[in-house]
Design a protein around this ligand. Structure first.
Ligand code: C5P
Length: 314
């Protein structure tokens, strides 16, 4: 027989609404390998969660509904095709619980910006519904459900800095003594479609030509260990950058403006069109964000830090 424990740690259903905060991601290294038979490219990437957040609130409901405010309101489709709704349904299937919730999204992460905003919202929905329904799944179990929702979703369940392999869905944490890195994120007007950027990369590489071997993440991981922004700046790299610049040549002006303002380096974030810049200090990041806004080469710019935790109940 089991002893009675006063501190029963079974998950309890919260009495009020559940509020979850989820960060955006950038890729410190994004090596793109060959196109696979399933339509995805083989990746080796180093994910990094930064302090730019969406917030998802979950309340009890008689059906499953989604409303939103903020960045992209009126543009983002909120029906069953939305990744948040698909995440809630996937969790319901996994746990056998009914998919009932009133979900509200406050969005700050730009849409189709290369910052995994959609994937972040899906990760937030998993964490929020898990708490609302008292399901009590572990991070690992939530990350398993996340795989079917998108390549970046498992990472956003964990956050931090992590190695991604496969199509990006196989995630393992990078074990380094934590450092605070200072970034500037510049959002562009308009978005880029991720599949289109991958197609452009394949086109640039030449039909039938073998893609270059996946670049090693070793220099990047060594740079993280050295904790020197100057060294990290040299190790950052993104194979999708050439394709994003080919579709959006104006991003070269954004990158040049950030470097001219004093950033150590700048690169396209994921499939773009957002650009990120590494700086030495948070003061420098604030100053460079202001200069970028002033430059007229981007829609907005913000100083942020990384790494940050993944989707968490606030
Ligand atoms: O996994 P996710 O749904 O986010 O991917 C969106 C699209 O990006 C895929 O349909 C594919 O065209 C492209 N992609 C890719 N290789 C990856 C990840 C995404 O080609 N590793």
């Amino acid at each position: 027989t089991e002893a009675w424990r006063p501190d029963d740690d079974r998950p309890r259903r919260p009495s009020g609404p559940v509020r979850v905060r989820v960060p955006a991601k950038i890729n410190l290294h994004l090596g793109v390998g060959p196109l696979r038979a399933d339509g995805y490219h083989e990746l080796t990437t180093v994910y990094h969660a930064i302090g730019l957040y969406d917030e998802l609130t979950a309340r009890p409901g008689d059906t499953l509904t989604l409303t939103m405010a903020g960045e992209g309101a009126g543009e983002l489709v909120l029906d069953d095709s939305n990744l948040i709704i698909r995440a809630a349904r996937a969790l319901a299937r996994r746990t056998g619980l009914p998919a009932l919730a009133r979900l509200h999204l406050r969005k700050h992460i730009p849409l189709a910006g290369g910052l995994a905003g959609g994937s972040a919202d899906a990760a937030a929905a998993l964490v929020a519904c898990d708490a609302l329904w008292g399901a009590g799944l572990s991070r690992e179990e939530l990350a398993e459900v996340a795989v079917e929702l998108g390549s970046d979703v498992p990472f956003l369940v964990y956050g931090g800095t992590a190695l991604g392999t496969g199509r990006g869905e196989i995630v393992s944490p990078v074990l380094v003594r934590p450092a605070n890195w200072h970034w500037v994120v510049a959002a562009a007007d308009g978005g880029l479609s991720t599949p289109e950027v991958y197609r452009e990369l394949d086109r640039l590489r030449g039909a039938g030509a073998a893609p270059p071997p996946l670049g090693s993440t070793d220099p990047l991981l060594a740079a993280l260990r050295q904790r020197d922004p100057g060294v990290l700046a040299q190790a950052l790299g993104n194979d999708l950058q050439a394709a994003a610049l080919s579709l959006r040549p104006d991003l070269a002006d954004t990158l040049a403006a950030g470097v001219a303002a004093g950033a150590l380096t700048g690169l396209v974030s994921g499939s773009g069109p957002s650009c990120v810049f590494l700086t030495r200090t948070s003061d420098a990041a604030t100053r460079i964000a202001a200069a970028l806004k002033e430059s007229g080469t981007c829609r907005s710019a913000e100083a942020v830090q990384g790494p940050m935790a993944g989707a968490r109940v606030a």
